[in-house]
Design a protein around this ligand. Structure first.
Ligand SMILES: [Fe+2]
Ligand SMILES: [Fe+2]
Length: 295
C-alpha cells in the first residue's frame, strides 16, 4: 500500500451518508424466552448486551454532543444523524428488553451495573466520556461487522429479533467514524503520543469491563433460567469464545485499533449495510414515519 493510499483511506469516506432508518421490530407478538434458536446461552449473551443499550447509547450521544463545538459542517451533520440513529436504537432495545421482561427475565441487576459504570466515567472530565464512547463505538462496530459478515451468529433466531440486531448492526457500521472524528477534533491540540496513550488505556479498560460485565450479566440471566455453576460458565464461554465465538472473531479488528494510523474507516465495510438493506428482512420491517435524512 502506498503512503498516498494510506492517507486517503485514513478518513471517513467522502461519499458516506448516515441515514436513520426509523423502523420497529417485534411488536406484533411475544418474543420467546430463548428466542435465539432455543439456546439459553445465546439468548443470555444477546439479552445481556441489549440491557446495556438504552442507558449506554444515551451516554454516547451526550458525550459526543458535548464536544461538537467548532466541528465542521460535515461532522456536525454526521453527529446529528448519529444521535438520531442511537435514539431510535435505544427505543427499539427498550421495547426488546420489555419483551425479555415479559418472558420472565429481571434485567434490573444488569441495568444497575451499567449505571454504576457510567457514573464512574461521568465523574471524570468530559473528554474521558468522549474517549470511552470512541472506544466503545469501535468495539460495537467490529461486533456489528462480525454479526453481519457471518450469518451463523443469528442462526435459528426468532426472525423479528434477528432483524432488530441486523438493523442495529448496519447503522453501527454506518456511523462508526463519528465518535472517532469528534475525538480527533476534540484532541487536535494534543501531541500524538498523548492521544495514543489515552486511547490505548481507555480501550484496554473498556474491553476488560465489557467482557467481564457482559459475561456476568449473561450468567445472571442463566441463573434465572435455573442454569448455574460449571454448566452456565462452560456454556457461555463456549458460545462467546468458541462456537460461534464472536469475542474471538473480533480479536484481529480489535488489535488494529492500536496501530498508529488507525481510523474506523480504514476498512470500508459498507457492502454489509447494502447487503442488509437489500434483504427481504429489512423490506419487511415496520416503518414508523417518514425516514429522516442525515444532517
Ligand atoms: Fe446503536
Ligand atoms: Fe453507535
Amino acid at each position: 500500500m502506498t503512503a498516498a493510499s494510506v492517507t486517503k483511506s485514513s478518513v471517513t469516506p467522502p461519499d458516506l451518508t448516515i441515514t436513520p432508518r426509523d423502523r420497529r421490530f417485534g411488536r406484533e407478538q411475544a418474543t420467546p424466552r430463548w428466542w435465539h434458536g432455543n439456546n439459553p446461552y445465546a439468548s443470555a449473551l444477546y439479552n445481556a448486551l441489549s440491557a446495556t443499550f438504552p442507558e449506554g447509547e444515551a451516554f454516547f450521544v451526550e458525550s459526543v454532543r458535548n464536544h461538537r463545538g467548532g466541528v465542521d459542517a460535515r461532522l456536525s451533520g454526521e453527529i446529528k444523524a448519529f444521535s438520531t440513529q442511537e435514539v431510535i436504537h435505544s427505543r427499539e432495545h427498550l421495547a426488546f428488553n420489555r419483551r425479555a421482561a415479559d418472558a420472565g427475565y429481571d434485567l434490573s441487576k444488569l441495568e444497575a451495573q451499567v449505571l454504576k459504570r457510567l457514573a464512574v466515567t461521568k465523574s471524570r472530565p468530559p473528554i474521558v466520556s468522549l474517549a470511552a464512547t470512541m472506544a466503545l463505538e469501535h468495539f460495537t462496530a467490529i461486533l456489528a461487522h462480525e454479526l453481519l459478515a457471518d450469518p451463523r451468529h443469528l442462526d435459528g433466531a426468532d426472525p423479528a429479533t434477528a432483524a432488530l440486531w441486523r438493523w442495529h448492526a448496519a447503522e453501527e457500521i454506518e456511523h462508526k467514524g463519528v465518535a472517532y472524528d469528534t475525538w480527533l477534533h476534540a484532541t487536535k491540540a494534543w501531541p500524538r503520543t498523548k492521544r495514543w496513550n489515552v486511547k490505548a488505556k481507555v480501550m484496554l479498560f473498556i474491553t476488560r469491563n465489557f467482557i467481564v460485565d457482559r459475561t456476568a450479566g449473561a450468567l445472571e440471566l442463566l441463573r434465572q433460567d435455573g442454569i448455574t455453576g460449571a454448566r452456565a460458565v462452560g456454556g457461555i464461554l463456549w458460545y462467546a469464545w468458541i462456537n460461534p465465538g464472536m469475542f474471538r472473531k473480533i480479536f484481529t479488528a480489535w488489535v488494529k485499533f492500536f496501530l498508529p494510523n488507525f481510523h474506523p474507516w480504514n476498512e470500508d465495510d459498507r457492502a454489509l449495510i447494502a447487503g442488509f438493506e437489500t434483504s427481504g428482512e429489512f423490506a419487511a420491517a415496520e416503518p414508523t414515519r417518514k425516514v429522516r435524512s442525515a444532517g
